[in-house]
Design a protein around this ligand. Structure first.
Ligand SMILES: Nc1ncnc2c1ncn2[C@@H]1O[C@H](COP(=O)(O)OP(=O)(O)OP(=O)(O)O)[C@@H](O)[C@H]1O
Ligand SMILES: [Mg+2]
Length: 275
């Protein structure tokens, strides 16, 4: 079992711990301590030359929570991730990690402090092996080569990719390549993981694996997950709380049942799908 006594479950014969040993301060800490920390977006507005992409949005994500962020194309979801990770400066408003205003932190400082994102696009290092890809994340947060390698091996094995360590990541089937992308994020030792459309292009079986992986990340690491996704069935299954954006504004926040039943959300986004 992992250090927090929980397992990351992958479909198939493996039932494996996410972490066998604990290396970092935030992983050594008890889950309940982590869960007292939060990531807060306070009244953020982002303007792009005449276009208001985000308009006075506030959001709170707790450690261990999976918060769904949904909304039509162009609603501002990815822009919000860019604000959180420090790649987009807000026109107004602020972002707080554990109560501390992180507005002045550079992107690399944010990722080293556990604010990590995953990308929808393909892996950046398609020519490197799966192992090297994940190892690079450990190196980027300052681990020694030996530590980064050991972490990478463990994470990939726990994600059911133990027999693919030395395959070039770009030659893996799509679902496995996406899993390597998530392993890269886990190797950054996230406290808050921001996932931008992680299910895009996955088949139903791969979506089921993804669901278990995200649950494992939140439960085993006490990590807060911001889950941006258009595949509504997955969002409704994974998230106890969902925030809906439309044209840069918060349209609704609520439980899956509340969101499904909200006439504003049904008109703006869900249509007949939620019926
Ligand atoms: N760098 C930029 N410069 C100008 N406009 C931008 C920039 N980035 C995003 N936008 C605009 O801001 C709005 C919000 O875009 P964003 O990518 O955040 O939406 P999204 O909710 O992630 O959409 P999708 O579901 O399609 O990924 C869109 O109108 C987009 O065209
Ligand atoms: Mg987007």
């Amino acid at each position: 079992m992992g250090c927090l006594g929980l397992s990351l479950v992958i479909s198939g014969p493996m039932r494996v711990p996410l972490y066998r040993t604990c290396h970092t301060e935030h992983i050594r800490n008890p889950v309940n301590l982590l869960q007292t920390s939060s990531l807060d977006v306070r009244a953020v507005t982002v303007d792009f030359q005449g276009l208001r992409a985000i308009d006075d949005v506030s959001l709170r994500l707790h450690g261990g929570e999976i918060l769904g962020l949904i909304g039509p194309n162009g609603a501002g979801k990815t822009t919000l991730i860019n604000v959180l990770t420090g790649f987009q400066e807000p026109t107004r408003g602020s972002v707080h990690l554990g109560g501390e205003d992180i507005g002045a932190w550079k992107p690399h400082q944010r990722s080293r402090r556990g604010l990590v994102r995953t990308f929808q696009s393909v892996l950046p290092f398609a020519g490197l092996s799966a192992l090297e890809n994940v190892e690079a994340s450990g190196l980027s947060i300052g681990l020694s080569r030996a530590e980064a390698r050991a972490d990478a091996e463990r994470i990939l094995m726990e994600m059911g990719l133990g027999d693919k360590l030395h395959r070039a990541a770009g030659t893996l089937p799509f679902g496995e390549e996406r899993r390597v992308g998530i392993a890269r994020a886990i190797a950054m030792r996230p406290r808050f993981l921001l996932m931008d459309e992680p299910a895009a292009g996955l088949n139903d079986a791969e979506c089921r694996d993804l669901k278990q992986i995200v649950e494992g990340i939140s439960q085993s690491l006490g990590c807060g997950v911001l889950f941006i996704e258009h595949r509504m069935s997955l969002v409704f299954e994974l998230c106890r709380r969902i925030q809906v954006l439309q044209l840069g504004r918060t349209l609704a926040v609520g439980t899956p049942d509340e969101i499904r039943a909200d006439p504003k959300v049904r008109t703006a986004y869900l249509g007949q799908e939620a019926a």
